[in-house]
Design a protein around this ligand. Structure first.
Ligand code: URA
Length: 278
């Protein structure tokens, strides 16, 4: 099989498995891809026969050499200045898309920023894109996203009118592993700025990764859920935050849906107290 055809076949197979609900170990797929790319390099013509690099390619490789020398704290400062310069949610989306400081970016297809209604009273923050989100470029569009939409609809919320959906990390980790601390850290200035710009009345943090990262705690979701937590951005936006089970977890443990339902009722009641009609 030609090299490109086998790469395309591996990708199609991965997507098919994911669509069937199989947990794909992306690290094995990546290893197979790398092995195959190695074989392709060995059979490639010698360098002297290769076409000369264009100016654009040289610029890109200078940029990647410069990027490789930056430390996490360099990237963090860059994220902070890009985030604070964004005057609107659309500006912020472009800034995140242009940011090269999260190593996950090189490993995935799309930067997944937000979906839903800007200025909505409810902001949902998940942990980061999965396979479907990476292909489509929008958060929570796979099976977990479909369940999230149903959960929100149960209390009168939907993306088209009153819910805004994003994540605490904008790039899909390989094999859908949890994002690491540094990966979350470089995204955090963007997350904070998103909250400052969107001014939600309430935040729902779905799953332990999002809840722990936002609340800066090691306490797990089992203990965090069930009540509202105070949250404040460095710029002073104060928003009540309700930690909730991740819909992917609820797909695996439907017996916990009643606890998620209680958390949704908490969100509904809190919105009612604030005079927000949904
Ligand atoms: N899980 C998340 O946490 N976020 C998404 O966008 C999709 C799945």
């Amino acid at each position: 099989m030609p090299q490109n055809a086998s790469a395309a076949a591996l990708k199609a197979l991965t997507e098919w498995w994911e669509d069937m609900g199989v947990d794909v170990d992306q690290s094995e797929i990546d290893a197979a891809m790398r092995a195959q790319q190695g074989a392709a390099r060995e059979s490639a013509p010698p360098v002297s026969d290769a076409p000369q690099a264009t100016q654009g390619q040289e610029r890109n490789s200078r940029k990647s050499r410069r990027n490789a020398q930056k430390s996490v704290s360099d990237w963090l400062s860059e994220a902070e200045s890009l985030a604070s310069a964004a005057a609107s949610l659309d500006d912020l989306k472009s800034a995140i898309e242009g940011f090269d400081g999260c190593p996950l970016k090189q490993l995935c297809e799309k930067t997944v920023v937000f979906d839903g209604t800007q200025g909505a009273p409810v902001m949902v923050l998940g942990e980061g894109p999965g396979g479907q989100e990476d292909r489509i470029g929008l958060p929570f569009v796979g099976k977990a996203g479909q369940l999230l939409d149903k959960m929100l609809a149960a209390i009168g919320l939907d993306r088209k009118t009153n819910a805004f959906i994003s994540n605490v990390n904008y790039w899909r980790p390989p094999g859908n592993r949890n994002p690491e601390a540094d990966e979350l850290a470089v995204c955090r200035p963007f997350v904070n700025r998103m909250i400052d710009l969107a001014q939600p009345k309430i935040i729902i943090a779905t799953g332990g990764v999002a809840a722990k990262s936002l609340l800066d705690t090691k306490t797990g979701i089992m203990r965090l859920r069930g009540s509202e937590r105070p949250f404040e951005t460095p710029a002073g936006t104060q928003v009540p935050l309700v930690p909730m089970f991740h819909p992917a977890y609820l797909l695996r443990r439907p017996q916990d849906k009643s606890r998620a339902w209680r958390d949704l009722l908490l969100v509904q009641a809190r919105l009612g107290e604030m005079g927000v009609e949904v």
